[in-house]
Design a protein around this ligand. Structure first.
Ligand code: GLC
Length: 545
């Protein structure tokens, strides 16, 4: 299929682009180590070009002790040897560029590794120049400075007896938080970002960026008072080129905050990853492990609020999957009888919206959640959860059910390339088991099948670039209270687009709005039209005005 290339020197090129997230550890191994590597990514660039994506967001590949799979960086300007060499990285950037694909790196700027030389220095003495790169509180080791908890469990403070001080960490103790109040620290971070821009990297995803303005004294982590001041300085110093794309992970972003992050004056970032839609099937006030069924009108209202709230005022990203989330087909679809239909339906719902879609590796194949034995899981969050909840008296089976439904390793099982041993991911022993369903669900089979989930995504990606109403039209939600069908209209000066998605495994009635009687069907997950919506049926109709 002929590739559609975007002019990436222009501000806003990413508004009609589609990105693809690679979790390098699980993408493709070329050495038999059992861990994916940069050469593996290079070897699969043709596959990604065939899919039609414009950029790859790679989860971290910088030097790291891998306590949190690379989100604990010990050198911002070096490649971790498990992934290869700097030369491999240079080759990857060049080979991707040849195919019209930009490389977007993951920047972890809120914290670093406890093995980073800055932290090793900081621990030496209170007057070491690097001491102030981190956040400290005096104490005697018996009582942490306050009650704050770390995201992966346990207190957010760890004691260093030699200093008589605690340091602050929102994640694991091996991930000390950086002190953004320190200008030298900020300048060093900007320098390392420019190192990658000079190498040809064309954008960045900024890990938990809403946390950099934290103030542990006030027990504030997200959306701290100086957050946007820091972001504007970061942007001015590290991202001056209009063509660079930047996306901030911001769990604490609401629509108003997102307007600041992604204002069209480029003063902060290109767009945000916000998560309001993603938590809708969580029990109110509880943790993500406490499950409840998605109530479709909640999702529709949430999506509509973001579509209308940011239209013309900011820019959103569109996603249902990433390396921290379970597989969406298992979560909001049906990964058994209607796996293919529901994977395509969920993609239709998302790819008809305004924003920049991100596809997480394997999503384009309809890859599913996995059920492993406790000891086979690698993610520290899963093991911490298991320990905490069983200690509190939760039944083991219930804790395992939560892990099967929500554990981060669901998304991290190796990419399923073909039906050979270990799905063609590695000739060695994979660092995390391959999902046993790889014999049925794999890229080779899907490439050979014109009706596969892969080819459906390929078509959706293409539609965004050829149908301007998809990237920039107004949004109107239809039937907000309908609990089964998610339907909306996008509209610009010349056309109207109708998107209809049946979220259930039963037939549903849907009254087509006026004006679409003779519309063109752009895409559909059933081969023909029918008077009712069939299980998980989805389509897009385009009408002139
Ligand atoms: C982000 C990452 C996640 C990581 C955490 C700490 O949420 O996506 O994988 O564990 O930040 O860096």
């Amino acid at each position: 299929m002929e590739q559609i290339l975007l002019d990436k020197t222009r501000w806003g090129w990413w508004q009609s682009a589609v990105f693809y997230q690679i979790y390098p550890k699980s993408f493709q191994d070329t050495t038999g180590s059992g861990t994916g590597d940069l050469r593996g990514i290079i070897s699969r660039l043709d596959y990604l070009q065939e899919l039609g994506i414009d950029g790859i967001w790679m989860s971290p590949v910088c030097a790291s002790p891998q306590v949190d799979n690379g989100y604990d960086i010990s050198d911002y300007c070096a490649i971790d040897p498990i992934f290869g060499t700097m030369e491999d990285m240079d080759t990857l950037i060049a080979e991707a560029k040849k195919r019209g694909i930009s490389i977007i790196l993951d920047l972890v700027l809120n914290h670093c590794s406890s093995q980073h030389p800055w932290f090793l220095e900081a621990k030496k003495s209170r007057d070491n120049p690097y001491h102030d790169y981190f956040l400290w509180k005096d104490g005697d080791g018996s009582t942490p400075p306050n009650e704050m908890k770390a995201c992966f469990g346990g207190p957010a403070w760890t004691y260093v007896p030699e200093l008589g001080q605690y340091y602050f960490h929102q994640f694991a103790p091996e991930q000390p938080d950086l002190n953004w109040e320190n200008p030298d620290m900020r300048a060093e971070l900007y320098k390392s970002i420019r190192f990658w821009v000079d190498k040809g990297v064309e954008g960045f995803r900024l890990d938990v960026i809403d946390q950099i303005g934290k103030d542990p004294d006030l027990q504030v982590t997200g959306n701290g008072p100086k957050l946007h001041e820091f972001l504007r300085e970061l942007s001015a110093n590290a991202f001056p080129e209009v063509g660079l794309v930047t996306v901030g992970e911001a769990w604490g972003a609401d629509v108003e905050r997102a307007k600041l992050y992604s204002a069209p004056d480029c003063s902060e970032l290109s767009m945000v990853f916000q998560f309001e839609h993603i938590g809708l099937d969580q029990q109110p006030g509880k943790e993500k492990w406490d499950l409840t069924k998605l109530y479709l009108p909640d999702l529709k209202r949430c999506m509509a609020r973001w579509q209308n709230g940011l239209h013309g005022k900011g820019w959103n990203s569109l996603f249902l999957n990433n390396h921290d989330l379970p597989r969406i087909v298992s979560r909001w679809g049906n990964d058994k009888v209607y796996r293919v239909e529901s994977a395509k339906m969920l993609a239709t719902m998302l790819h008809g919206l305004e924003g920049t879609p991100y596809i997480f590796q394997g999503e384009e194949l309809g890859m599913t959640n996995v059920r492993l034995k406790l000891e086979e899981y690698v993610d520290l969050e899963i093991h911490n959860l298991y320990a905490e909840r069983t200690a509190k008296g939760y039944a083991q089976e219930d804790v395992m059910e939560s892990i099967y439904a929500r554990g981060r390793d669901n998304a991290r099982t190796p990419m399923q390339w073909d039906d050979s041993p270990n799905a063609g991911f590695t000739t060695g022993t994979p660092w995390l088991p391959v999902n046993p369903n790889y014999r049925q669900i794999n890229a080779k089979a899907e490439l050979a099948d014109p009706d596969s989930v892969f080819h459906y995504y390929q078509k959706l990606i293409r539609l965004r670039k050829t149908t301007p109403v998809i990237s920039h039209g107004d949004f109107t939600l239809l039937a907000p209270e309908d609990e089964q069908v998610f339907a909306y209209i996008r509209e610009d000066e010349t056309s109207r687009l109708l998107v209809v998605c049946n979220f259930t495994d039963e037939e549903q009635k849907f009254d087509c709005p006026a004006g679409f009687e003779n519309a063109q069907c752009l895409i559909s997950n059933y081969p023909d039209a029918a008077p009712v919506l069939r299980p998980y049926e989805a389509y897009m109709l385009l009408a002139g005005k």
